[in-house]
Design a protein around this ligand. Structure first.
Ligand code: ADP
Ligand code: MG
Length: 701
């Protein structure tokens, strides 16, 4: 029986049980199919052969034709030894060195036969040397299936030590093509292949492992990247559609008294177009039969709170309760303050539940939530406790969602038999490319407009040496009645040092801005929530002019009169953090400033971050730069999300392909949501098989 893609890997000639076990544990290769999907990390052009006398100038991997004239074992310790071969060609002599696998090499290498040695070259006492070279008999080299462009496969140290070198992997790949005949069936519909001029699956797999030339390789890569992203998008979009069909929401059919009264009589300011558009999108969701699962993206200060509040009013108008969950106590308190202010003219009672809510108050609140007399509650993780039981929770608003785990989110779900509508708000602008692949199963709304009258924040970079000038500037601003934030970094690993920096900073600021002319607040992670809150309140009420803080104020704090943000050691912050911090100012009508303080020693990456901050206020542009600098794995802790373990595509480099894959997937599912048409039979089978194997979306919602 000829092998299939499901055949266990140890059946491949040359693998066997031992190597099979290694491939499973190290590379998760269980079957022929898995091996076929082991795509090269990079390629080496092996068209060029070096002579030994050229080797000094070639520090990268090179290949040399020569022969071994001598082999010796050099004892380097009690149990350690290395095997050294003298390798010569017409121009000179070099050493080949092995620290492991001596026995195998001694038994298999032939003296005075032509070989191709391939590896990295080091120089020892004028003699070039290659450690653990790949060696191939010249004749075999010339006859091998391998072409000039050579793939380099992902590997691990363990594999390499156990003799599964890149060459061994290549041989396995050749064997796989031999045994299967390389007849892999097509996975994409014919019309799609034609439209996009894609090479066949067979051709692509062949070229990706044994590229003939650059052009063939590029076509193969394009095809396989497209396919990978296309199936992911099919999964995400299908999941979204299924949710809309299957998960019955609670239809909020009414736009009632609370919403209308607020909209016509109590709006504190005219809504921006973007806010109106988003509210309309939300109303459509809520009025439909399906559960809403919407991500609301809006840059800091874009006005997400009022959108959340008006969504809550829709819940209230339909007889449902709503909750808003924030990641920190300060933020929950702030939301509580602003939402209570918005709700007051409507006579609506708003409650707050955090870790520091007192027991008696807690019990009263639990009762009010259970009997439905409390219709809006704001809180922290405390909302997730089992004791919190709602009478009929209809809406959960979650702010700054990346600070919450998925498990936590789903605990809010479980508080009802019918899942409440979910609105996730984030001020972290997620680049569209990433949002599409991460949140493809959420609907996305974007507030892409700031309230009118805001002046763009002016951002400058200053060196520590210019501190006096900066202080003078702060004094001028304070004299105009403005307030100032001065922020110090807080990085978990060096918390103690950071705390010292903060305290030293606070002391010198107290000296430079003395009482009674200046009053200073300080907020940091070591304070009790109540103390923090009291300090925040003093600053918010204008009793202090300067707020010295660690990044605890990163999220959500709203003091419109504060117009200057000084960020100390700005080179130690990431771009998105800098942007979040800057968003604390520019909330009022006055010109606001952000001053990035650094020392003179800056890495190239820090320079790029600072330049980006000075150049633009656009959160999405900043997020794109951030994505380029850090790669998607680092953004918002997305590294845990399996979806980023792509086999061949790269979300940053291949965003155009992603876009293309998404639009084709959308179009296909619009025409044929269940993929039942004859031309989609194969696609459907592959899709189902893939979905069984990899539930790539589990981590979200
Ligand atoms: P964020 O999106 O960062 O949560 P907020 O909802 O806190 O933003 O709003 C930031 C500030 O802008 C608040 O002071 C809020 O009252 C104000 N604001 C929101 N929408 C508007 C608007 N349409 N016009 C004027 N000011 C607004
Ligand atoms: Mg906010």
């Amino acid at each position: 029986m000829s092998p299939t893609l499901e055949t266990p890997i140890e059946y491949l000639k040359g693998v066997g049980p031992q190597r099979g076990a290694l491939l499973r544990s190290e590379l998760e290769i269980h079957t022929y199919g898995d091996l076929l999907q082991l795509f090269p990390n990079r390629y080496i052009d092996r068209t060029r052969y070096y002579t030994i006398n050229q080797l000094t100038q070639s520090p990268t991997e090179v290949q040399v034709i020569g022969k071994i004239v001598h082999l010796k074992t050099v004892q380097t310790g009690k149990t350690k030894s290395r095997l050294v071969a003298t390798f010569i060609d017409d121009t000179g002599e070099m050493e080949l060195v092995w620290f492991q696998g001596h026995k195998w090499i001694k038994e298999n290498l032939k003296l005075n036969q032509p070989y191709v040695a391939f590896g990295r070259v080091a120089q020892y006492a004028g003699t070039p040397s290659m450690a653990h070279p790949e060696l191939e008999a010249l004749e075999e080299h010339q006859n091998s299936l391998r072409t000039a462009i050579q793939p380099v496969y992902p590997s691990t140290e363990k594999l390499a030590n156990k003799g599964i070198s890149n060459r061994a992997l290549l041989k396995m790949m050749q064997q796989l093509f031999l045994e299967t005949g390389g007849q892999f069936s097509e996975t994409l519909p014919a019309y799609l292949m034609e439209n996009l001029k894609l090479v066949s699956k067979r051709e692509a797999l062949w070229q990706i492992h044994f590229p003939k030339d650059q052009e063939g390789l590029l076509k193969a890569q394009f095809r396989l990247k497209f396919e990978e992203l296309f199936f992911i998008q099919l999964q995400l979009i299908t999941k979204n559609l299924v949710r809309k069909h299957k998960i019955k929401g609670m239809p909020f059919t009414q736009v009632g008294a609370h919403f209308n009264t607020f909209y016509t009589q109590h709006l504190p300011f005219p809504l921006t177009h973007a806010q109106k558009r988003v509210i309309k999108e939300i109303r459509n969701d809520l009025g439909s039969q399906a559960q809403m699962n919407r991500l609301l993206q809006g840059d800091v200060g874009s006005g997400k709170t009022i959108v959340a509040f008006m969504t809550m009013l829709l819940a209230t108008d339909n007889g449902y309760q709503s909750c808003l969950m924030a990641p920190t106590e300060i933020l929950a308190q702030q939301h509580y303050n602003s939402i209570q202010a918005l709700a007051a003219p409507l006579g609506l009672q708003v409650e707050l539940l955090t870790g520091s809510t007192k027991t008696a108050e807690r019990n009263r609140l639990f009762a009010a939530l259970a009997d439905g007399s409390c219709s809006i509650v704001i809180g922290t993780h405390a909302l997730l406790e089992d004791k919190v039981q709602f009478q009929n929770l209809g809406l959960s608003v979650i702010d700054e969602q990346h600070k919450f785990g998925v498990a936590q989110r789903s605990r809010l779900w479980q508080k009802n038999t019918v899942p409440p509508h979910i609105l996730v708000m984030t001020a972290t602008p997620i680049p569209r490319t990433l949002a599409m692949s991460l949140y493809g199963d959420l609907d996305i709304s974007v507030i892409d407009e700031l309230p009118a009258g805001r002046k763009p924040i002016q951002t400058v970079h200053r060196y520590d040496a210019n501190r006096l000038k900066v202080w003078k500037f702060l004094k001028d601003e304070i004299a105009k009645g403005r307030q100032v934030y001065i922020v110090y970094p807080l990085i978990q690993e060096s918390e103690k040092m950071d705390y010292k920096d903060l305290m030293d900073g606070y002391e010198s600021i107290s000296r430079d801005f003395p009482l009674p002319d200046y009053a200073i607040s300080i907020v940091h992670g070591k304070m009790k929530p109540a103390e923090k809150e009291a300090e925040m309140q003093r600053f918010a009420q204008g009793k202090t002019q300067i707020m010295v803080a660690t990044t605890v104020i990163e999220v959500g704090v709203n003091v419109p009169n504060a117009s200057v943000m000084v960020i100390e050691s700005a080179e130690r912050f990431g771009l998105s953090q800098l942007h979040q911090l800057r968003g604390r100012v520019g909330r009022g009508a006055e010109q606001s400033y952000c001053i990035l303080m650094t020392s003179h020693q800056l890495s190239q990456e820090s320079k790029t971050r600072l330049e980006t901050m000075c150049r633009t206020n656009d959160g999405f542009e900043i997020a794109e730069v951030d994505l380029k600098l850090r790669g998607p794995g680092d953004i918002m802790g997305t590294q845990q999300s399996g979806i980023l373990n792509l086999q061949i595509a790269d979300l940053v480099k291949d965003k155009d392909i992603l876009q293309l894959a998404r639009s084709y997937a959308l179009e296909l599912l619009k025409k044929d949501p269940t993929m039942e048409r004859p031309e989609h039979q194969t696609l459907r089978a592959v899709f189902l098989a893939l979905s069984r194997k990899k539930n790539i979306w589990n981590y979200i919602s």
